[in-house]
Ligand binder design. Structure first.
Ligand SMILES: [Zn+2]
Length: 97
């Protein structure tokens, strides 16, 4: 059984993480900074990825995808303060990683 309690805090902002389900696919998302893993049919794989700081490179790759998506969204919808703060936080993390 899936439980958000089995997920460690977000490696980027220490926020709470949760499983997101869309059809047959799952991902793990931080409810604070909204960084998200790639999708998978196997939530256990995602949990291992999320919880294993040794595989940070993999997470960072998805994180860069998230940053790119956010950048495009800001270009399309205009820059909202909340959105921009998140963008800056992610960008700072990537630069320091
Ligand atoms: Zn986070």
């Amino acid at each position: 059984m899936l439980s958000d309690d089995d997920l460690k805090p977000c490696p980027f902002c220490n926020g709470r993480a949760r499983f997101v389900q869309g059809g047959d696919l799952y991902s793990v998302c931080c409810i604070n900074c909204h960084v998200e893993t790639d999708t998978s049919e196997n939530p256990d794989v995602l949990m291992d990825l999320w919880n294993s700081r040794n595989h940070h490179t993999e997470l960072l790759k998805h994180f860069k995808d998230c940053l790119h998506t956010l950048h495009l969204a800001m270009q399309a919808n205009g820059v909202e303060p909340d959105c921009y703060a998140r963008y800056q936080r992610w960008q700072a993390f990537i630069q320091n990683a």
